[in-house]
Write a protein that binds this ligand. Structure first.
Ligand SMILES: CC(C)(COP(=O)(O)OP(=O)(O)OC[C@H]1O[C@@H](n2cnc3c(N)ncnc32)[C@H](O)[C@@H]1OP(=O)(O)O)[C@@H](O)C(=O)NCCC(=O)NCCS
Length: 213
């Protein structure tokens, strides 16, 4: 019973207004009193960040946000049993949802536009005689490197790595790794174009790199 009470207190130790004031002073950032924050002691926020009317659940191994991070209204970061890490100068738009059951690691200068979903987990469904909800799940984790733009309404699936400098066009479903400095789009996402010459990204042709990947 004490464990249950302790967990409940860690989840929500004070009214939202007080939690917003505590986090704003503790991390020198701006947390809206209209934000819903759960497990605030498991949350690290970089200096100068702005957390709007959104929801952060820092359960599991918690959530670590870099400096000058911006979080739009209606966005949700939920670490579940895992972890979410976001670098400096990154931002998530309105109604973006990120679940960190497998670790979600996002780099610096990453822009994630409205209504995109990053879910580092999949339900198992191999046994047709068992309810899907009772079969458990897998969680491999998702990595988004620096300087990536994920446009509106994208879905990033578990196990994917989106490499530095790439763009995911609006509405894409990304189920495979994305090579650095490329633009991908569609469902499932495929290469639309390369952003830089292969020499600039390290020698090998991007298409070759994608084949190898
Ligand atoms: C990808 C995007 C940036 C356009 O980039 P671009 O370099 O100007 O690309 P182009 O418009 O020249 O299109 C290149 C090809 O990609 C295709 N394409 C463009 N956007 C696409 C999309 N969202 N999904 C699938 N294919 C797309 C085009 O049809 C074109 O194909 P084609 O050569 O066979 O005709 C733009 O289409 C997009 O998705 N913008 C996102 C807007 C957004 O979400 N804003 C949120 C605010 S942060």
């Amino acid at each position: 019973m004490w464990q249950r009470l302790w967990n409940r207190w860690r989840r929500s130790p004070a009214p939202a207004f007080l939690i917003a004031v505590y986090l704003s002073l503790r991390w020198r950032c701006l947390v809206s009193p209209a934000a819903t924050i759960r497990f605030p002691f498991n949350l690290v926020i970089g200096k100068g960040s702005r957390i709007g009317r959104s929801k952060i659940i820092a359960s599991g191994r918690g959530i670590r946000l870099g400096e000058r991070f911006e979080m739009g209204y209606g966005a949700v970061l939920d670490a579940q049993d895992g972890e979410i890490r976001i670098g400096d100068d990154s931002g998530v738009g309105p109604y973006v949802v990120i679940y960190g059951e497998g670790t979600v690691a996002i780099g610096d200068y990453v822009a994630i536009a409205s209504h995109s979903t990053i879910v580092a987990a999949n339900h198992k469904f191999t046994d047709p005689q068992e309810l899907i909800r009772l079969q458990g799940s897998t969680a491999r984790g998702i990595t988004v490197e620096d300087d990536v733009w994920i446009a509106a309404h994208c879905v990033i699936l578990d196990g994917v790595k989106i490499a530095r400098g790439s763009v995911v066009a609006a509405g894409a479903v990304v189920n495979k790794d994305v090579v650095a400095y490329t633009v991908v789009g569609g469902t499932p996402a495929t290469l639309i174009k390369e952003r830089r010459s292969p020499v600039e990204v390290g020698g090998a042709s991007l298409k070759e790199m994608q084949k190898q990947g």
